[in-house]
Design a protein around this ligand. Sequence first.
Ligand SMILES: Nc1nc2c(c(=O)[nH]1)N[C@H]1C(S)=C(S)[C@@H](COP(=O)(O)OP(=O)(O)OC[C@H]3O[C@@H](n4cnc5c(=O)[nH]c(N)nc54)[C@H](O)[C@@H]3O)O[C@H]1N2
Ligand SMILES: Nc1nc2c(c(=O)[nH]1)N[C@H]1C(S)=C(S)[C@@H](COP(=O)(O)OP(=O)(O)OC[C@H]3O[C@@H](n4cnc5c(=O)[nH]c(N)nc54)[C@H](O)[C@@H]3O)O[C@H]1N2
Ligand code: SF4
Ligand SMILES: [Mo]
Length: 892
Amino acid sequence: MPDTVAETRTTCPYCGVGCGLKVARDETAGSVTVQGDADHPANFGRACSKGSALGETLGLDGRLLYPTVDGVRVDWDTALDRVASVFSDTIAQYGPDSVAFYVSGQLLTEDYYVANKLMKGFIGSGNIDTNSRLCMASAVAGHKRAFGTDTVPGIYEDLELADLVVLVGSNLAWCHPVLFQRLAAAKAERPELTVVVVDPRRTMTARSADLHLALNPGSDVALFNGLLLHLQDTGRIDAEFVTDHTNGLEAALAAARKLSLADVAEITGLSQPELRRFYDLFARTERVVTGFSQGVNQSSAGSDKVNAILNCHLLTGRIGKEGTGPFSITGQPNAMGGREVGGLANQLACHMELGDAEHRRIVQTFWNSPRIADKPGLKAVDLFRAVKSGQVKAIWIAGTNPADSLPEADEVQAALRACPFVVVSDVMQSTDTARHAHVLLPAAAWGEKDGTVTNSERRISRQRGFMPWPGEVRADWWIFAEVAKRMGWVGDFSYDAPVDAFREYAELSGVENHGARDFDISAFAAITDEAYEALEPVQWPCPAGAAPRGTRRFFADGQFYTPDRRARFIATAFRAPVEQVSDDLPFILNTGRVRDQWHTMTRTALSPRLMGHIAEPFIELHPDDAAGCGIAPAALVEVKNARGSIVVRALVTSDQKRGNVFVPLHWTDQIASNARVDVLVNPATDPVSGQPELKYSAVAVQPFAAAWYGFAVMADAPGEVAAGYWARARTKAGWRIELADPALPQDWTEFARTLFGFEVEDEIDLLAYHDAATSHHRFAAFRGEHLVGALFIGPEPVAVSRSWAVDQLGKAVSAPDRLRLLAGRAGAAQPDRGALVCSCFEIGAGQIAAAVTGGCRTVAAVGEALQAGTNCGSCRSEIARIIDAVSIQKAG
Ligand SMILES: Nc1nc2c(c(=O)[nH]1)N[C@H]1C(S)=C(S)[C@@H](COP(=O)(O)OP(=O)(O)OC[C@H]3O[C@@H](n4cnc5c(=O)[nH]c(N)nc54)[C@H](O)[C@@H]3O)O[C@H]1N2
Ligand SMILES: Nc1nc2c(c(=O)[nH]1)N[C@H]1C(S)=C(S)[C@@H](COP(=O)(O)OP(=O)(O)OC[C@H]3O[C@@H](n4cnc5c(=O)[nH]c(N)nc54)[C@H](O)[C@@H]3O)O[C@H]1N2
Ligand code: SF4
Ligand SMILES: [Mo]
């Protein structure tokens, strides 16, 4: 390795798998390469497409670099004084509950701890909630009801050691790709390992499963209640475990008995043979792991769904043992850490409860704080309603983008507009939330900041900085601490470095604990600066006195954290989702993620590779529904209900059930004209957890009446876009944009110049082709030899090969080829690459299909021929799907 290359071991900032990464930064070239860390026990060297593309997201394009107040750049003192004084004045005038923080599972533990301490222990309000309310709250509530505490009993290895893995409401292949790869590798080695996927959609994960149960959305409680009864009635139970270590079975069984198998079949939409097959499989397999994620949590019955699953594991005693257990798969890199520090409005730090007077005493004494919140604060959805109603008058949002990610998102925007004082800490200048901020605070980003995160298997890992800090960015913990000091609590927030907060937090976890609370990392209470710097990934608990390795699994001994140390069965009765479809709103809107984007795309959209996978917001709908609504494949669709409407591209597929549609949550106003799906989403919440029902809203769909459609590539960012529909994406050499509008522009040439952002004096050679009869218009713009823009317009969705057009940008094009380019056809010598499948080697669907036609029949063979799927492996299931599709075509 050359001298100028520095290597850093750190942790991925995306999903809750928490992969260790090795980053090599060439200080001379300024380039960064990222690969999986072979020594990290979460991933053993693997990394998915998003982790591998991190190097492409580290530029300063769009970064927020300086504090601003009312849009004007100021120095830090001015900004911090402003935040502290407005918060202090508001509290003085209206009381502590008139202010709030809304934070994020993407903050580091140290940031989170400091923010939570300030709000709950010093301001004295419970009004700090986090985007984990949208993500993990139902899992937390379910765990607490059953175990007395929010404990994930198992570890990743259990998925590999199990004989049956049931994935409920989890698209593991796309959302936790490295954990999925570990599972796939275990299955390849032991084909008897059976995978069942419970998801209304046929996802990439479902395609790879032995059994896919495409249940009706919202019906999981009925499915698992049926399973509980089956286990009981066939005697497949651990009677000793139930007698010695649990309470409440009778009530749970009584609730489950309300439905017969026929009722369960009716509610879930699954056939009785399908149900029996699943129930038998579960009953006769001892080593079962049930992994669950947002199809479970994001529901008005989320907590009951969680407990219905936990009930089945308690009845069979399949918990805490190798290869068994319920497993809540966490979303964000520090979703778990946020739960530990008590970021939710009803918790205190270190798994202590705001509602428990003893816990309040312990924490207040330790913090030596003037007051401590004595009641839970407002939960996310209610919090923003309170902002709208004026009850909350100052809000500080850090590391999350609620204008896009909360249900009823236009109401959230209205709340932010109405709020007298909005502070936003972010790493990006322009987000849909930041545009409402009175004070914008520039945070240090991944690669700059330092601290710890905890992954889905309770493993604490270090994120380490390796980049210089640009502009005047600061660490989130520092920003919160500086405001706290300015509010008068100087001594209580004098941390010099994240390690100071970490030590304090570790110490608190051990105070008056003695095994009474699961979360204990007091072994680190006196960790030295050097040891923190060198900290290896470690699973909690790590109590003081014990070797800091941690116990690997919880509950093997049957000891839970309830007062009588027994686990609790919870009686769960099936309830239908809150919002129902009707003649006017006949479709159930499901929402979620795609493989290569992260939430509101503030970082993943910077990567051309990641944008190459799916470059446009879309709606998946069943072919019959599409036909019934007059929607052709690739047409634009308006999706709407009383809350609002969006416009997205139709992806017609039988992977959807009839009557169900799916739209990803990712696209925002920064990237598309009108595709914020949360505008449509129902704000109903689970009564126990407060988690919103993000997966079930009623909508109508109809064709978006476009007079014309367009597609363009351009070297510079699009100028003014005079079109009702647009969606843009970065490419290697510039940008691509999809366009459409109900009205024709006056003059296409003018339209093209404006779109490309050309000034009159620019020396541009603009070639045009018009076919008045067919209403096709094409433009190609050259600066010297080089193509700097191409625009294709037609009355139908434009059929030009996107990958080909993207590849032409920036190329020198000779005169004869310019005409071919205008024709928008790939030359014979340039086969169409098709939509990007393998982000790592940039291999498209067209190339893979060609390889399959040429004889490659397995994923491995495609890998050998094209390299596709041989690096991060995130696309292997998509390659398999193409092999299937092409083989069927050939056979047919
Ligand atoms: N690529 C990518 N990965 C990510 C993220 C990302 O933004 N992009 N975000 C991370 C975060 S924060 C999270 S929380 C996780 C989420 O990870 P997942 O929960 O796996 O992802 P989702 O796509 O939100 O939803 C999972 C599935 O739930 C299904 N579902 C909907 N309704 C129901 C139902 O009623 N019952 C059942 N059983 N299933 C249902 C949906 O069809 C969907 O396929 O992903 C993490 N990983
Ligand atoms: N319809 C629908 N809605 C959903 C979901 C769904 O499945 N369907 N899923 C929900 C779930 S599970 C989640 S987790 C949320 C996620 O939703 P959000 O949290 O709103 O989404 P992100 O895009 O991750 O927002 C993170 C913000 O923090 C900024 N940021 C990045 N790094 C840092 C940093 O170090 N410090 C600071 N201060 N800021 C930083 C980013 O630029 C970005 O603006 O969405 C929820 N909303
Ligand atoms: S699976 Fe991918 S996104 Fe998740 S932590 Fe690992 S590399 Fe990051
Ligand atoms: Mo999440």
